[in-house]
Write a protein that binds this ligand. Structure first.
Ligand code: HDL
Ligand code: ZN
Length: 450
């Protein structure tokens, strides 16, 4: 792109009052400033599957865990030689060996997930120029590291200010940490209450609720529409949101959920339990829509599929609850533009992130461009969805460079139309994207509290 110096002799400029810091003069300087500021601005990662070190083995980290990440195991089964049963019979280290050989040695690691491993290793000082393609060399480099030290190194390298965990009260191991252990003692790890099982598998959730001391029937699902049962579900939600300090309540949903459907369990639970507790506690509701679980169970965690979602569910929730803050991400590429347009209709709907199969360079670029064109800086461009600690580095490095490109293009056009950009403009808008919008959603939700 040609360089247009902002000629201060330009009469249209002469009358412009000076900004706090001097407007950037050339496109080359603008590009440098955008790259630097987007690269260095700390981010709040609003949805991850990471855990603080308090959760011990729930915090996944290290070379082997990077390689047995379910994105990579799905890719392994396409090009590795083992059957499902042979692979699953191995321990993590042997599985990692197989993934490394198949996806990193026998061929170039060009997929998003595979190249991400290389980015993370390199950025943590394990340069492939030195460590080569010998997996044991990378393992040896970290054999004496502690989880706590790796957490500090990774959060610093990734410039991640804080992450929001996915906290499932129906997970017995995690529940024990909250009920019997220390809970989470690291303020950099915030909590979110995940309630898929309550919304999507009520009979099984009812059994667990009862075992936890909530007086809900386990033999008569229709009883869930009675006020005393719904009061107990609200008590459960309230207790757990308070216990973990949930920033929001969240659920993932298939794409074919209809809402509202009178007499339907999900409609009743949303209307009579989840939304009332969100309002009572002043919390947003986060919905991740368009997942079809376990289309291939042999892949285990990697066995889920995307599906097109009927977004009228969101339209109706926004109309029925205009003061409920909704954080939403959808899984089908075909739904993304529609979600951005829907967010233009409802100010309480905030799209976030490029979820799962959309967390790839080409999809992030496509989505960030049209979301910015439709929503300006009023949405949340990315979350990492990390399951393994070191992924924070590659997921955010790759996303930052793409967001840099989109922002630069928009700022450059303004610059050329003599709407000059300063570093403070760039910093302010980047901070919006990297946590500001999320914090505004949280504070708007708090205003509705009560
Ligand atoms: O349901 C979810 O939160 C998804 O993000 C799944 O956990 C999925 O397995 C995943 O890790 N996506 O990135
Ligand atoms: Zn997730």
């Amino acid at each position: 792109m040609e360089q247009h110096a902002a000629t201060y002799a330009d009469p249209t400029y002469a009358n412009v009052s000076r900004r706090p810091d001097t407007p950037i003069e050339t496109l080359a300087e603008l590009q440098k400033a955008v790259r630097q500021i987007v690269s260095e601005t700390p981010v709040i990662d609003i949805h991850t599957h990471l855990y603080a070190a308090d959760f011990e083995e729930r915090l996944l980290w290290g070379v082997d865990q990077l390689l047995v990440y379910h994105y990579l195991t799905a890719e392994y089964f396409r090009q590795g030689e083992l059957s499902y049963d042979e692979f699953w019979a191995l321990d993590d280290a042997c599985r990692a060996d197989k993934v490394w050989q198949a996806l990193f040695v026998d061929r170039m690691p060009v997929s998003e997930a595979a190249s991400g491993v290389i980015t993370a290793l390199n950025r943590l000082g394990l340069s492939p120029a030195i460590y080569g393609r010998n997996l044991d060399a990378y393992r040896a480099a970290w054999q004496n590291k502690t989880a706590a030290a790796q957490v500090n190194d990774v959060l610093t390298a990734a410039r991640v200010k804080s992450v929001v965990m996915t906290n499932d009260p129906f997970d017995a191991v995690e529940r024990a940490v909250w009920l019997e252990g220390s809970g989470c003692t690291d303020a950099r790890f915030q909590a979110a209450l995940r309630i898929d099982k309550l919304l999507l598998d009520l009979p099984s959730a009812a059994v667990e609720l009862r075992s936890l001391g909530y007086d809900v029937p386990t033999d008569d699902p229709s009883a869930f529409f009675q006020e005393d049962t719904l009061a107990e579900v609200r008590r459960f939600l309230r207790d757990w949101c308070s216990r973990i300090g949930a920033l929001y309540i969240m659920a993932s949903l298939p794409g074919d959920i209809q809402y509202p459907v009178p007499g339907n369990a999900l409609t009743t639970l949303l209307d009579e339990a989840v939304v009332p507790v969100c309002r009572e506690l002043g919390l947003p509701l986060a919905l991740m829509i368009g997942v079809r679980r376990q289309v291939n169970p042999a892949l285990r965690l990697a066995g889920d599929m995307s599906m097109h979602a009927d977004l009228r569910l969101l339209e109706r929730l926004c109309l029925r609850y205009p003061d409920l803050e909704l954080l939403v991400t959808v899984l089908a590429r075909e739904n993304q533009h529609e979600l951005a347009v829907l967010a233009r209709k409802f100010r309480n709907l905030t799209p976030f992130g490029c979820w799962w199969f959309l967390h790839t360079e080409s999809m992030i670029r496509e989505m960030t461009a049209f979301r910015t064109e439709l929503l300006g800086t009023s949405y949340i461009p990315q979350h990492s969805d990390c399951r393994v600690l070191e992924q924070l580095i590659n997921k955010w490095d790759h996303s930052r460079s793409i967001i840099t490109g989109v922002l630069y293009d928009k700022f450059a056009r303004l610059h050329q139309d003599r709407w000059f950009v300063s570093e403070s403009d760039i910093r302010r808008d980047t901070e919006q994207y990297f946590g500001g919008v999320f914090q505004q959603v949280l504070s708007r939700a708090k205003k509705v509290k009560g």
